[in-house]
Design a protein around this ligand. Structure first.
Ligand code: AMP
Ligand code: MG
Length: 320
């Protein structure tokens, strides 16, 4: 990947406006939260989210947490049940992420949810994060600001040493206080701890008046990996197809004659941004046997191939 200039922003109002402007143009801006530095992008812009995966070198499309400035704004993105609302009122702003049903009109890129019908949302408790969100006035998807597999960043200098040249900007807001990622809870069908984090589970259980189920319990929601198969296309999938057999529909990549093409020019960022929409299109076409053009297995191609391999894997009875 070509190196880009990484602009450093201070936390004064004019600079936060500048950083918000970069986000509006689809740029990648790291910013401090009370947990760790997040790497933010406009959660509605699939190209920007694809570039975020590229900058992090993530080998798979894990769903991302969306950061918003208030509970009221979160309510426009996801559906709150009473338990979720009570937790939000008790712990937001703070190190609590809630996984809730995505509203169909939320406008969030399917690359953010990795195609799930739920969305992880949080209101961070940090004046700089908050100032950026107010200036940007939109949902910011932000995983931790570190290359995939490396240590999370709790100082601007950590982000600089790990991501300079790969992202458009960093808002320098000093050190992060908590230094641990957010605690992730789903409330449906039962309140469930999906990831332990900066907010102790005991505090949540105290507010709920009941124990949290653990991911993996029978009543608990499936892990994102399992849920992701929910999003597999209806048809069977054959990867690395250099030709198309009778009765197959081609999901193309590059200069091929295909029913749906991830990127006619062979651009992996474009292909990643298009992936989930392309799977929808194949369903709409009624494709029951899908052949997929070879996709280079480097950079974003690894995450695309990971997703398609899972789509190609034999379905368990549970994934419908
Ligand atoms: P990170 O952005 O690196 O802090 O990781 C985000 C975490 O949130 C991952 O562990 C995801 O699996 C989890 N997550 C995000 N969205 C969802 C979702 N819709 N359902 C369950 N877990 C989620
Ligand atoms: Mg991380």
């Amino acid at each position: 990947m070509n190196s880009i200039t990484t602009q450093i922003f201070t936390d004064d109002t004019a600079d936060l406006k500048g950083a918000a402007g970069v986000l509006s143009l689809g740029g990648l801006v790291a910013f401090p939260t009370e947990t760790v530095y997040g790497l933010g992008v406009d959660a509605r812009n699939s190209d920007a989210v694809a570039r975020l995966y590229q900058a992090k070198g993530r080998p798979s499309f894990n769903p991302l947490i969306v950061h918003v400035a208030s509970l009221e704004i979160a309510e426009t993105l996801v559906e709150f049940d009473d338990t979720a609302r009570a937790l939000a009122q008790a712990f937001w702003p703070g190190a609590l992420t809630l996984v809730l049903p995505l509203r169909p009109d939320a406008g969030i890129s399917p690359l953010v949810t990795a195609g799930l019908e739920t969305l992880a949302v949080r209101v961070p408790d940090h004046p700089v994060a908050n100032g950026l969100m107010v200036a940007f006035d939109g949902p910011i998807a932000a995983p931790s600001a570190n290359p995939s597999g490396q240590v999370s960043a709790t100082k601007c200098a950590h982000v600089q040493s790990q991501l300079s040249g790969r992202i458009d900007g960093i808002v320098d807001g000093g050190d992060c206080g908590v230094g641990l990622e957010s605690t992730i809870v789903a409330t449906l069908p039962v309140p469930t701890l999906l990831r332990a984090g900066g907010l102790p589970a005991e505090a949540l259980e105290g507010a709920l008046g009941e124990r949290l189920a653990l991911a993996g319990d029978s009543a608990a929601p499936s892990s994102p990996g399992q849920l992701a198969s929910h999003y597999a296309p209806k048809g069977t999938v054959r990867l690395n197809a250099v030709d198309v057999e009778d009765g197959e529909t081609l999901l193309g990549f590059g200069a091929v004659d295909a029913a749906v093409n991830l990127s006619p020019s062979g651009d992996l960022v474009e292909a990643a941004a298009t992936l989930f929409d392309a799977l929808h299109q194949l369903n709409a076409l009624g494709a029951d046997r899908i052949a997929v053009s070879p996709i280079p297995d480097h950079g974003l191609g690894r995450a695309i191939n990971d997703r398609l391999r899972r789509a190609a894997a034999p379905r368990s009875g549970a994934a419908t």
